[in-house]
Design a binder for this molecule. Structure first.
Ligand code: AMP
Ligand code: TRP
Length: 365
């Protein structure tokens, strides 16, 4: 199999033994894996906390895998046609944001069957109590009338995603830290239980941004900007919103009565802090530079307009490229098929190694 990305090939084709260990070689380039569910409208929090940083990681020399995790989405009931539409749409969002399919492996999770298979194997080494303790499971299950087994198992599928690729780094927002920590525990447990020929998995690290790991809702700066609340008027800025909508959302943003434009961890000033954080994350300026940018601002009206302007300047080209990608679904599918092929070439040998180590009869190459 031909793989463009240097460094992938060595893992995709282990020398002579198909089940040879693919342990971390300290000199190999770092690997990064991340993903997003194709549910709800992607928003500014997703962009700042995840996608924008994935794009930047492409220049860091790491080998990157960016996945559209459709199997995670069905842990909560989805309309099938809607899910298909959103899956392609999210692929176009990744591309439009700057994920370059020649430099990163971009693919749909369900196209690589190893994810579901590895999830089963990892289920068998994961104590039930670990899953019952996950805060996201507790939050989400409290909102469901009927809780699927898949919702409880969600973090094990996420562990499979990460571990199949020997990822060292998992760039995510703050809310995913617990899932990555669970992945580490599962990997360590597997390495210990089936360590007869050495460790199977690389132990991954969550990579949480120092700025913008938790963008808050514009309507309520005490709660995280989230897809599930994104239909609430004034809560989120959609990644694909047009400039007028973006400006309207910022104009409505909740602030306070102090009138001070400074970063602050005072909960009463959370609204202004959130606006400054968005501005800082988007422009890449330092705390001091941001505060000096606003030193001559006349009140919160000015602040809101300036933040809206920065966000519009960043998202307008993304929206335009998105529209172009959506006009050519055949090209989109072709890119996704190529990504799936590259991903499979890495994931399948790892799955076979897991199976062999657990005692399955692994035949073929
Ligand atoms: P989700 O919206 O749950 O599909 O999250 C997709 C990615 O965006 C994950 O890496 C999240 O951690 C990140 N993310 C989601 N909401 C926010 C937010 N409000 N601020 C920063 N990152 C976020
Ligand atoms: N659970 C993540 C979220 O909701 C999505 C996800 C699935 C993920 N698999 C992953 C993120 C692997 C990082 C790595 O945001």
């Amino acid at each position: 199999m031909e793989i463009d990305n240097e460094g992938l090939a060595s893992v995709a084709q282990p020398a002579s033994d198909p089940i040879a260990a693919t342990e971390a070689d300290l000199n190999r380039p770092k690997r990064a894996f991340s993903g997003m569910q194709p549910t709800g409208e992607p928003h500014l929090g997703n962009y700042i906390g995840a996608v924008k940083r994935w794009v930047q990681m492409q220049d860091s020399g790491s080998i990157n895998f960016f996945c559209i995790v459709d199997l995670h989405s069905v842990t909560i009931h989805q309309d099938p046609d809607e899910l298909r539409k959103r899956t392609r749409s999210l692929a176009a969002v990744y591309l439009a944001s700057g994920i370059d399919p020649d430099r990163s492996t971009l693919f749909i999770q369900s196209h690589v069957s190893a994810h579901a298979e590895a999830c089963w194997l990892l289920n068998c080494v994961t104590p039930l109590g670990w899953l019952q303790k996950m805060t996201q499971f507790k939050d989400k299950s409290a909102k469901q009338e009927s809780v699927s087994t898949g919702l409880l198992d969600y973090p094990v599928l996420q562990a499979a995603d990460i571990l199949l690729y020997d990822a060292d780094q998992v760039p995510v927002g703050e809310d995913q830290k617990q899932h990555v920590e669970l992945t580490r525990n599962i990997a360590e447990r597997f390495n210990r239980l089936y360590g007869q020929d050495g460790p199977t998995f690389v132990i991954p690290e969550p990579v949480i941004p120092t700025v913008g790991a938790r963008i808050m809702g514009l309507d309520d700066p005490t709660s995280k900007m989230s897809k599930s609340a994104s239909s609430v008027r004034g809560h989120a800025v959609g990644l694909l919103d047009d400039p007028a909508e973006i400006e309207r959302s910022f104009k409505r943003a909740v602030t306070d009565s102090s009138g001070e434009i400074r970063f602050s961890d005072n909960p009463e000033r959370a609204g202004v802090n959130n606006l400054l954080t968005i501005y800082r994350a988007i422009t890449g300026r330092t705390t001091e530079q941001v505060e000096s940018d606003f030193a001559s601002a006349r009140g919160y009206g000015d602040l809101k307009l300036k933040v809206a302007e920065a966000v519009i300047a960043e998202l307008t080209p993304v929206r335009e490229r998105y529209q172009q990608f959506m006009q050519d679904p055949a090209e989109l599918d072709r890119l996704l098929a190529r990504g799936a092929e590259q991903a499979r070439a890495v994931a399948m040998p790892k799955l076979r190694q897991m199976m062999h180590r657990m005692g399955m009869v692994v035949v073929g190459g």
